[in-house]
Design a protein around this ligand. Structure first.
Ligand SMILES: Nc1nc2c(ncn2[C@@H]2O[C@H](COP(=O)(O)OP(=O)(O)OP(=O)(O)O)[C@@H](O)[C@H]2O)c(=O)[nH]1
Ligand SMILES: [Mg+2]
Length: 1012
């Protein structure tokens, strides 16, 4: 293969919301390739060829991304089908990384849904070129029974909406999926917006440009406007190009003058339809009516067959079932695969042009900042490798670079046998024990540069590797010998000896080296490719153990295999020694358990009920952070005081609530903050481009975060402009005092360094702390102040780390139920007094620092408990779809689950309702199941983790005022409220003390019992 060959490669993934028809579309593309040797055309759309796992066929949803190599004309295509269910969204990321272009499907009836947002975002992050496929056009005709004009309005609306989402990613700020759904305009589109829309070069999807097709994947037909433009060109005596431009949007054909005009030139009240309706939809509707209506006019069909010279076997023409007849005609008149694939090869990029602009995302540019110690030859080679990726250089002597986006396991029997004798002899190399050799691990990979050969030796580089770091980075690089390379054919594999840059393949022999993803390279001096970004993190956690304790080792082995085979599952051992499995959702969890029992461990497993995480905070919305700080300095009574047992150190802790926007920002930037705060000062390399999807390229993420931090502190308070400025100044001052973040040094809680006088009246001195985080973030310079040279001062200095540790411990486990704290600001003043005992024993010092740490921790926890503590729970954003008759039962289920409904909307043109709601994670288990039962399968729900939300309820509520006692009773008989119940459940699970009166009124209970 030479360069011109790489120009003929297209790596394409199919992305969409669940059930919008990806796998059905893939079927038709497969059937049309290679004379139907893989899949008979008449079976296309029925077998769902890419869903080869039993579980996928059983549930009729795709659960993994898988690739197939196809040929279309001179082109070779790697088509990757991806799942649409939220639980498997990580598979969308792995598919997107290996592709250059994406076919984004939208169901014409259901329209844009939550996963449509998510996949468009994923495509945007990975710099994929998208094309739009509007699927299920047949449903507009047969199910909704829309007129062509109504259908047209609906299609325009969808295209408009999808364009809106993409342009938000392109231009504005980064939004999470949930935010973008909540922000998306649902208003009507006016004619003016249409005029704007169609002439704007910036608009991504434009049918008249050819990157939108209208299809019915089930029946195997589809078209872009160019198909019709070509057909009408000769009939109307117009140029196909001109026609194509007019076949979408408000363009009208005046037969008298043979002119195409805009809306303005139409006479008032004119009934002329837009050209898309007149020339495209009307004929389509006529064919459908002719075929499906009992009294339909067969002549219309004959006319179509004749004018397009369709060759249809008699057998099919005489088919009694009108549906089959229709399918025969439509799939020959407007073949689906032609419409989709001709669009794909024309509008989606080849690897050479794609890699040239994807390079900043794949290998962010790095700049050496002042490192004299950097080895320039290493740097030069690493740069060379980067350029070779940029050029998609497939010459033999260029460095070979491959990205593995996931590892997957297939049963050994699916591996083609023969040919490679080494495989059989050396089968153990894949897996580390005999019992595991039933499964074979393959790497799902793309070659970005050079040539990869079977049997080649490569370096396996993990994401943390840095070639400039020399020795210290060695643990991130390994050497491996590949076994075989396969072209993926959906269910099958085709062994090949070598592949060139730009192709997608499966590689065998990397099982022991890679757990999730990695970069392979022929040279050590190569940067790892940037890590992939996942839409959500695995949040559903359960503890698992074997039913029979003696199966423990089998389970461990199974877990190890599962961890490797599933890119998204997380397996950890909890502090209490349980094996905790984290999955993305219930469907995912169920599949993991099934895989474990049937394939990987083959033992029976007990699964605990889900372990839900909570956070702890205090009452309030944090809008008065600045005021409470001010009052703190005025009146210093509002604190908790603790003393170390030896009495030398007095600790005063004051706690405040952070503004919500700030907490959210800290929560979202954890990784970045971790990098900044934990980063070594002498970092010689700076990654220039942000890896997170910040919009404008080349924005320094640290700068961006700093600006956001400055904004977040003031945004919530202050009314007048003047006030705002004052607040800003004050907040800026405060930002210079950030001593630490917690827990784990990067959480959403802040420790401010105290601002008091250094020496107090009683001679004790204040442990000042250093604004360590502020310095790292660049809010303040490294302080040059040298403390007075005295023993007490230097002792105070050494206590600083104990105070920070105490703060970290406290924020990691709050007083309510040992869950991490959330959105709190602490100021800790510790006063250290002179040691009264004359002799100082150094061995006592260790004890003393420990005492300080414990005192700080206790004081922080006590401060929270004293300031109206509240429990915070995680919320899912939930999108429900239902027919109107099930709205009632659906709301019943929602209210049982403490859900908060955000909006209910009827989808225009159909009778379906879409409802958005927040559902607490703790209430979400079995939700889908209950919904299905409650509505006899008439309503469906998808959930994505959204945010943390504080429960307003006071967990320690006891009626005090007269009115309260009247309403709730005297306290003894008050039932625990929701907050209290949640806390108690967690405490019970963790084996903590639970204050509960088991028997409240013994006498009453006895009488009750007798009655029963
Ligand atoms: N009426 C109609 N139904 C369709 C069409 N295309 C697909 N379907 C049906 O839609 C359902 C879902 O199709 P799939 O191809 O499995 O959808 P998918 O997008 O692969 O779903 P996931 O992989 O689970 O996300 C199936 O029942 C198909 O028969 C179409 O053009 N018209
Ligand atoms: Mg599918």
């Amino acid at each position: 293969m030479d360069e011109s060959d790489a120009r003929n490669i297209r790596n394409i993934c199919i992305l969409a919301h669940v059930d919008h028809g990806k796998t059905t579309l893939a079927d038709h593309l497969i059937a049309s390739s290679g004379d139907g040797e893989l899949l008979k055309p008449r079976l296309a759309g029925k077998v769902r060829y890419m869903d080869y796992l039993d579980e996928e066929q059983r549930r009729a949803i795709t659960m993994k991304s898988s690739s197939i190599s196809l040929r279309y004309k001179d082109y070779s295509l790697n088509l990757i089908d991806s799942p649409g269910h939220m639980d498997f969204c990580s598979e969308v990321s792995t598919a997107a990384r290996l592709s250059d272009g994406a076919l984004v499907l939208v169901d014409a009836v259901e329209g844009v849904h939550i996963q449509t947002h998510a996949v468009l975002r994923q495509a945007w992050i990975e710099k994929l070129t998208p094309c739009l496929v509007l699927n299920k056009i047949d449903r507009l005709i047969c199910e909704l029974r829309l007129s062509p004009m109504e259908a047209y309005t609906r299609l325009i609306r969808i295209v408009h909406e999808v364009n809106g989402i993409v342009s938000a990613y392109k231009s504005e700020k980064y939004l999470s999926d949930v935010d973008s759904i909540l922000a998306s305009p649902s208003g009507e589109i006016t004619d003016e917006s249409l005029e704007l829309l169609e002439d704007d070069e910036e608009v991504t999807f434009q049918p008249q440009k050819g990157n939108v097709v209208f299809v019915c994947a089930l029946d195997g037909w589809g078209f872009g406007v160019s198909e019709f433009a070509n057909f009408y060109a000769s009939k109307l005596g117009a140029k196909a190009d001109t026609l194509q431009k007019s076949l979408w949007g408000p363009r009208y054909y005046i037969p008298k003058t043979k002119m195409i005009v805009g809306k303005k030139s139409l006479s008032a009240g004119s009934k002329t339809k837009p050209m898309f309706v007149q020339f495209v939809l009307d004929p389509l509707w006529q064919v459908y009516e002719a075929a499906l209506d009992p009294g339909g006019d067969r002549a219309v069909l004959e006319k179509v067959i004749k004018s397009f010279n369709l060759i249809i076997p008699q057998r099919e023409l005489q088919n009694k079932d009108p549906k089959n007849l229709l399918q025969s005609v439509m799939s020959r008149w407007l073949p689906l695969s032609d419409a989709v694939l001709s669009m794909a090869v024309k509008h989606l990029p080849d690897p050479i042009s794609a890699q040239a602009y994807r390079i900043p995302r794949l290998v962010p540019e790095r700049k050496v900042i002042g490192g004299n110690e950097v080895d320039s030859s290493v740097l030069a080679e690493a740069e060379l490798v980067r350029r070779s990726i940029e050029a998609c250089d497939s010459s033999r002597d260029s460095p070979c670079v491959v990205f593995v986006s996931k590892m997957f396991a297939i049963p050994m029997k699916m591996i083609p046998q023969g040919g490679d004798h080494r495989e059989r002899m050396n089968g153990l190399n894949d897996d580390d024990s005999k019992s595991e050799s039933d499964e074979c691990f393959l790497a799902f990979a793309r070659i970005f540069s050079g040539v990869l050969r079977a049997g080649q030796r490569v370096f396996v580089i993990s994401a943390l590797y840095d070639p400039l770091k020399g020795e210290s980075s060695q643990k991130y690089i390994q050497e491996a010998e590949l076994h075989s390379i396969y072209l993926m054919m959906g269910q099958g594999l085709k062994p090949v000896n070598e592949v060139k840059a730009g192709n997608v393949v499966a590689i065998r022999g990397l099982g022991p080296y890679i757990s999730k993803s990695a970069t392979l390279s022929s040279t050590r001096n190569c940067w790892p490719l940037a890590s992939m970004e996942f839409q959500v993190s695995p949040t559903l956690r359960v503890a698992i153990e074997p039913s029979d304790p003696s199966d423990m080792s089998a389970l461990m082995k199974g877990l190890r295999l599962l961890n490797r085979a599933d890119p998204f599952v997380e397996i950890t051992v909890s502090a209490r020694g349980e094996h905790v499995l984290a999955a993305a959702g219930e469907v995912h969890l169920e599949r993991c358990i099934k895989d474990l029992t049937d394939r990987f461990a083959r033992v029976n497993i007990e699964v605990s009920s889900p372990l839900v995480s909570y956070r702890e905070t205090i009452e309030g919305d944090g809008s008065n952070l600045l005021e409470s700080l001010r009052s703190l300095s005025l009146n210093a009574s509002d604190y908790v005081e603790k003393r170390t047992p030896n009495g030398r150190c007095v600790i005063r802790v004051h706690v405040m609530k952070l503004p919500h926007s700030l907490t959210k920002l800290l929560d979202e930037s954890t990784d970045l903050l971790g990098d900044i705060i934990g980063g070594k000062g002498s970092h010689s390399i700076k990654i220039l481009e942000s890896q997170s999807p910040s919009l404008e390229e080349n924005v320094d993420p640290v700068e961006a975060l700093k600006n956001q931090l400055v904004e977040a502190g003031v945004s919530s308070s202050s009314e007048t402009e003047n006030d705002r400025e004052k607040c800003k100044a004050e907040w800026a001052k405060l930002l210079k005092r950030i001593w630490a973040l917690g827990p784990r040094e990067k959480g959403p809680n802040i420790l401010f360094a105290p601002d008091g006088k250094r020496i107090c009246e009683d001679g004790s001195i204040l442990v000042r702390g250093s604004p360590h985080v502020s310095q790292r973030l660049g809010f303040t310079e490294d302080s040059t102040e040298t403390p007075p040279d005295s023993a007490l001062y230097s002792e105070a200095l050494t206590l600083e780390s104990s105070i920070v540790s105490g703060f970290q411990l406290a924020t990691a486990s709050g007083p309510l139920c040992d869950e991490p704290m959330w959105g709190l600001a602490f100021t800790i003043e510790s006063h250290l007094a002179e040691d009264s005992e004359t002799e100082k024993q150094p061995e006592n010092f260790g004890i003393f620092t420990g005492q300080v740490m414990t005192a700080v921790k206790d004081a922080c926890r006590a401060a929270v408990l004293q300031t109206n503590p509240r429990i915070v729970e995680a919320m899912y954003f939930c999108e429900l779809n239902t027919a109107p008759e099930y709205l009632g039962p659906m709301y019943a289920v929602l209210s049982r689950r403490r859900a908060r409904v955000l909006k209910e909307e009827m989808q225009e043109g159909s009778s379906l309702f879409t409802v958005h709601a927040y559902v607490p994670v703790s209430e979400s288990f079995g939700f889908a199941e209950e919904l299905r039962k409650g509505t006899s399968g008439g309503a469906s729900a998808l959930m994505v983790l959204s945010h943390w939300e504080m429960l307003e309820e006071d967990p320690f509520f006891v009626p005090k005022t007269e009115e309260e006692i009247e309403e709730f009773g005297d306290g003894a008989s008050v039932l625990p409220n929701t907050a209290r119940k949640l806390i108690n459940a967690v405490r019970r699970r963790k084996g903590l003390h639970v204050e509960e009166k088991v028997v409240q009124h013994a006498t009453k209970q006895r009488t009750l019992a007798r009655k029963v």
